[in-house]
Design a protein around this ligand. Structure first.
Ligand SMILES: NC(=O)c1ccc[n+]([C@@H]2O[C@H](COP(=O)([O-])OP(=O)(O)OC[C@H]3O[C@@H](n4cnc5c(N)ncnc54)[C@H](O)[C@@H]3O)[C@@H](O)[C@H]2O)c1
Length: 447
């Protein structure tokens, strides 16, 4: 079954069409939520402050790479079930449920920046016209709902009378976001009001996923715990991979055997440069700050983060190991800039930070990523192809595990290079095959 067929069966399956607003509706989470709910049959308005993205969405253009989004957006625009605006009051006039999917970036001290959440609460306080269920999809620390409530109270709004708050954390994966909307592992709905939770439940019921009703605190904590757990798996397997290097074991076989244990599974056990991107590091740090603020010292969570920081130094150590201690004037080709394959998102991605480091050490770096255009602000010089990135290089460094890199003509790559040094920071390639091609190959946890 194609993706289109898989999603088509959900079209207009909601028992009744409800008016819904999604604030932050031009973002990753917001646009997927808005388009997905429209597809189920609801009348959705995506509200955002980013006019450029709103214009793109209104024209049926997905503002970022997300498989299936453009097709679904086009179909729902054509059916008249979705529109986009920057006018919050107009969107609130109709909506029975308002989803909040604004960004909650990391502050310098690691805590979650709630300023956009507060802006939305202020907008709700000013413009709510009748009882509305406010469902927060943004990842926020426990207590953020109290902040929202206080802001709303400043405008004389009373929870239970004018609105009810619900926590509905989002678990979608970039690159699979449309799929994850229709086939979530679970839907979590936290709140005080049974009626408000029931209304949100109604929206997700056509998806036939387990729906867990709980408190707001439990819902928020579940989201943080999920991301901390995934981060832990990445740091764990990097730790094991690095030990493999010292004892002559191969992490590939270790993971293979480990993952068959039903208590463990294979997911999130890919050794490499560590976790990065817009969610895992930010949410892990957010949880660390939350724990500290609540009087608990989260040594274990801190060690996950420290291990992650150390992992990028470990990868850089492999570069030094092949090129010597001075990188000045060395030519390095870098393949991969996004935080994982399947996305064009480089927000808080480790790869551009590694490139930046190499450039600051005086290396001449050429970068290539199938999804990152030459205008994106990344240090180094962009190359039009992996071959161009490799041309004349003293070392090639793989930092994202794109399938495209596995399909390269690696013999040609080696011929293009000045020296055949290959650091595979994401274990995308086969060490023996690379050595047969004449590369001096170094992976992660691989002999
Ligand atoms: N991206 C993911 O994979 C993912 C997955 C799960 C959860 N989350 C969480 O979801 C939230 C949103 O993340 P994202 O990646 O979609 O962020 P994003 O930056 O892509 O989108 C946020 C959107 O909110 C808009 N916005 C900000 N302030 C606004 C305001 N006052 N009124 C209207 N719009 C406003 C921005 O213009 C932007 O379009 C975050 O809390 C994030 O942690 C993200």
């Amino acid at each position: 079954m194609s993706d289109e067929e898989r999603y088509a069966k959900f079209e207009v399956t909601a028992p009744r069409a409800l008016p819904i607003a999604v604030v932050g509706g031009a973002g990753y989470v917001g646009s997927i939520t808005a388009v997905g709910l429209a597809h189920l049959g609801h009348h959705v308005v995506g509200v955002d402050v980013n006019r450029e993205r709103l214009a793109q969405l209104t024209e049926g253009i997905a503002p970022f790479h997300e498989p299936g989004l453009a097709a679904l957006l086009g179909a729902n625009l054509a059916a008249g079930r979705i529109r986009f605006t920057d006018a919050l009051p107009e969107a609130l006039a109709e909506a029975k449920v308002v989803f909040v999917a604004v960004n909650t970036p990391r502050r310098d001290n690691g805590e979650a920046d709630l300023s956009h959440i507060i802006d939305v609460a202020t907008g709700l306080g000013r413009h709510l016209q009748r009882y509305t269920v406010v469902a927060v999809k943004s990842t926020v620390p426990v207590g953020a709902h109290l902040t929202m409530r206080r802001v709303l109270e400043q405008f004389g709004r009373r929870e239970g009378a004018d609105y009810d708050l619900v926590a509905n954390p989002e678990f979608l994966r970039e690159g699979f976001a449309v799929h994850d909307f229709f086939y979530p592992d679970r839907v979590i709905i936290g709140g005080q009001s049974a009626d408000a939770k029931a209304l949100v439940r109604e929206l997700f019921e056509p998806l036939a996923a387990p729906i867990i009703e709980t408190t707001i605190e439990n819902a928020q904590m579940t989201k943080y715990a999920a991301n901390a757990f995934l981060a832990m798996r990445v740091s764990f397997i990097n730790e094991i991979a690095n030990i493999c290097e010292g004892v002559g074991a191969d992490i590939k076989d270790v993971v293979h055997g480990l993952g068959y244990d039903r208590r463990i599974g294979h997911d999130y056990l890919r050794p490499g440069i560590g976790f990065s991107g817009p969610c895992l590091p930010k949410d892990l740090e957010g949880l660390i700050r939350l724990a500290e603020d609540s009087g608990y010292e989260p040594f274990f969570l801190k060690s996950i983060l420290e291990k992650n920081e150390h992992q990028r130094r470990h990868i850089l150590g492999k570069v030094y190991g092949l090129l010597g201690t001075s990188l000045y004037g060395r030519r390095i080709g870098v393949l991969g800039l996004t935080f994982k394959q399947g996305t064009d998102d480089i927000r808080n991605s480790t790869a551009p930070e590694i490139v930046d480091y190499l450039v600051r050490r005086g290396a001449e770096v050429r970068t290539y990523d199938p999804m990152v255009g030459p205008d994106t602000a990344v240090a180094g010089r962009p190359a039009k192809s992996p071959y161009e990135a490799a041309a004349g290089a003293d070392l090639l460094l793989l930092l994202t595990s794109w399938d495209e890199f596995r399909a390269l003509d690696l013999e040609r790559i080696r011929r293009e290079m000045r020296l055949p040094n290959l650091v595979d920071g994401v274990n995308a390639l086969d060490p023996a095959a690379m050595r047969r091609l004449g590369f001096t190959y170094v992976g992660v946890g691989r002999p």
